[in-house]
Design a protein around this ligand. Structure first.
Ligand SMILES: *[C@@H]1O[C@H](CO)[C@@H](O)[C@H](O)[C@H]1NC(C)=O
Ligand SMILES: *[C@@H]1O[C@H](CO)[C@@H](O)[C@H](O)[C@H]1NC(C)=O
Ligand SMILES: *[C@@H]1O[C@H](CO)[C@@H](O)[C@H](O)[C@H]1NC(C)=O
Length: 258
């Protein structure tokens, strides 16, 4: 009796230590790969998709050379839109060690798979074009993945005024070409005369929207969170959205994330 209660006491003393150690190893393992499965879009469209839940439209079909993916859990109600992942399959007969780097443009779930890749991206995990064709024939493959930084050389963060916008009553926009491995978790719209700012709602996917936006030139500020940098930072663009903004227009923010 005394023996077992001693054991219990030992366990109770050790438990926080064990918990702490596993938290610490999780924290130092941001670069580790996670095991999962991947499938690909069934349609014949070999590039990305224009119809992704992120709302990128035709831009989504060309983004990252068509190496894009739908995500299930990693979609995170749209926060995951635009995040980049290295995805490599694990069948050593066919798969390259680097795999493919994809951008999330859509939401989707399929039979325990974290990613529904474009066919372009799926085939790119192969060592050769023939191996890529063999992977496509398999349909579903074991993979491992990790979050990586997105890289858009010679691009600033860019605001695309969504086609659903209606000047001056309703402003919706997407944020393109954000580098790095942080998430945009909040967006403020500031009028530039009195500098009053309004927190926006995420409409869906990568689309932020506001009814009755302020008049005058507008500054769109983005809160970057997570990633390697534990701090949250508000990114303030150099360039404003002009006061006569139009649906479909594309405006360069003049800034880029690390
Ligand atoms: C700025 O504030 C002044 C004084 O309160 C107000 O009259 C004006 O309309 C405001 N301008 C904008 C663009 O909100
Ligand atoms: C917006 O305003 C600027 C300068 O005020 C002008 O040069 C530009 O043509 C206008 N754009 C549209 C679409 O009206
Ligand atoms: C990005 O912004 C900087 C500073 O505002 C500007 O000088 C540069 O031309 C922009 N880059 C591109 C590719 O538009």
């Amino acid at each position: 009796m005394a023996f077992s209660s001693q054991h219990l006491l030992l366990l109770l003393l050790l438990f926080p230590l064990i918990l702490f150690q596993s938290l610490a190893s999780a924290a130092t393992c941001s670069n580790c790969f996670t095991q999962s499965r991947a499938v690909y879009y069934p349609n014949s469209d070999k590039e990305g998709t224009e119809n992704g839940a992120c709302g990128y439209g035709s831009f989504g079909a060309t983004l990252n050379g068509g190496d894009v993916s739908a995500a299930s859990n990693l979609y995170r109600n749209g926060v995951g839109c635009g995040a980049c992942y290295q995805v490599r399959c694990t069948n050593s007969n066919y798969c390259s060690t680097d795999g493919v780097t994809i951008v999330i443009t859509d939401s989707g779930a399929s039979d325990g798979a974290d990613f529904i890749l474009s066919q372009h991206a799926f085939a790119k995990m192969g060592q050769t074009a023939d191996a890529g064709a063999s992977l496509l024939a398999l349909g579903v493959v074991g993979i491992e993945y990790r979050r990586v930084s997105c890289s858009y050389p010679n691009k600033n963060i860019t605001f695309k005024i969504d086609g659903s916008s209606n000047f001056p009553y309703y402003l919706a926009f997407e944020i393109w070409y954000q580098q790095g491995n942080q998430d945009i978790t909040a967006v403020q719209l500031c009028e530039t005369v009195n500098l009053t700012c309004k927190l926006l709602e995420r409409s869906h996917g990568a689309v932020w929207a506001v009814v009755s936006p302020p008049t005058g030139p507008l500054s769109i500020r983005m809160l970057l969170s997570g990633g390697d940098d534990a701090d949250e930072t508000w990114m303030v663009p150099t360039n404003n959205i002009p006061q006569n903004w139009t649906a479909g227009a594309i405006y360069d923010s003049g800034v880029q994330a690390e």
